[in-house]
Design a binder for this molecule. Structure first.
Ligand SMILES: [Zn+2]
Length: 254
């Protein structure tokens, strides 16, 4: 059963499952691209020669039932046979994960969704995926930036919510860190994530967004943290429309 559902998921990404095992409560899935296809050098067009395979270990979104999942991708390595070509060797690519990543694309989407639903802090998501805090943070921030880039691709947001409850707890080496997620209050979709929790951080984020997109925002939902209220009201927040209403999340008042 484990094998069947995994085979379907990975088949979509053009990879075949060669093994599934449960190791110490963790699901480990081995995948590779099917053989038999000719691959050509991007530089000179020569037919590439196989240089074998190299294992890359990735953390994936938890398996059904919440069990952690690891993917071992037996990546093909190719080499251009033409000595005059500057391309040399390269490893295959897949929609599973970008080059030099430790998390699969699905794991990043999963974490963004949890963060949006305030079901996890950066620290707890990092723990669940078995990666370092800064790795998780970098992935979440870049995923949110991609989603929000230009505003046009996200589409206009009429009700924009900010939630600063997501944070990394303090440790001996680090101060408590606050993370704010900007969320489309109508759809629950994360449109941006930034570090910090006060007016300056919010203004900085707003100033990085496309002017047209900012103008389309009609209602800003915040929790009654004073830093944010002042950002909306102050002249520094003037990129948000003058008539922007401030809706205070009723749950916060309790
Ligand atoms: Zn070549």
């Amino acid at each position: 059963m484990v094998q069947d559902s995994s085979a379907v998921e990975f088949g979509v990404l053009g990879l075949e499952v060669t093994g599934v095992e449960e190791v110490l409560g963790e699901v480990v899935v081995w995948v590779q691209s099917p053989g038999g296809q000719a691959v050509f050098c991007d530089g000179c067009g020569c037919r590439a020669r196989s240089k074998g395979r190299r294992e890359v270990v990735l953390r994936d979104a938890p398996f059904s039932g919440g069990r952690p999942q690891r993917v071992v991708w037996n990546k093909r390595v190719w080499v251009c046979p033409d000595a005059r070509c500057c391309v040399g060797s390269w490893t295959e690519r897949s929609g599973l994960a970008g080059p030099r990543r430790v998390l699969t694309g699905r794991a990043v989407s999963w974490a963004v969704d949890r963060l949006a639903a305030v079901e996890g802090s950066v620290a707890s998501l990092a723990r669940q995926l078995g990666v370092a805090w800064h790795t998780m943070w970098a992935q979440l921030a870049s995923a949110a930036e991609r989603a929000a880039a230009g505003g046009g691709r996200v589409g206009p947001v009429v009700k924009l919510g900010f939630d600063e409850t997501v944070m990394a707890s303090a440790s001996r080496r680090r101060r408590r860190r606050f993370i704010t997620a900007g969320v489309d209050a109508d759809t629950g979709r994360v449109v941006g994530v930034f570090e910090g929790r006060d007016a300056a951080d919010l203004c900085k984020w707003v100033s990085q967004q496309a002017r047209e997109w900012v103008r389309a925002v009609e209602v800003v939902c915040i929790d009654p943290h004073e830093g944010y209220r002042s950002a909306i009201r102050s002249r520094r927040g003037d990129r948000l429309r003058a008539g922007t209403q401030i809706a205070v999340d009723p749950f916060r008042i309790v």
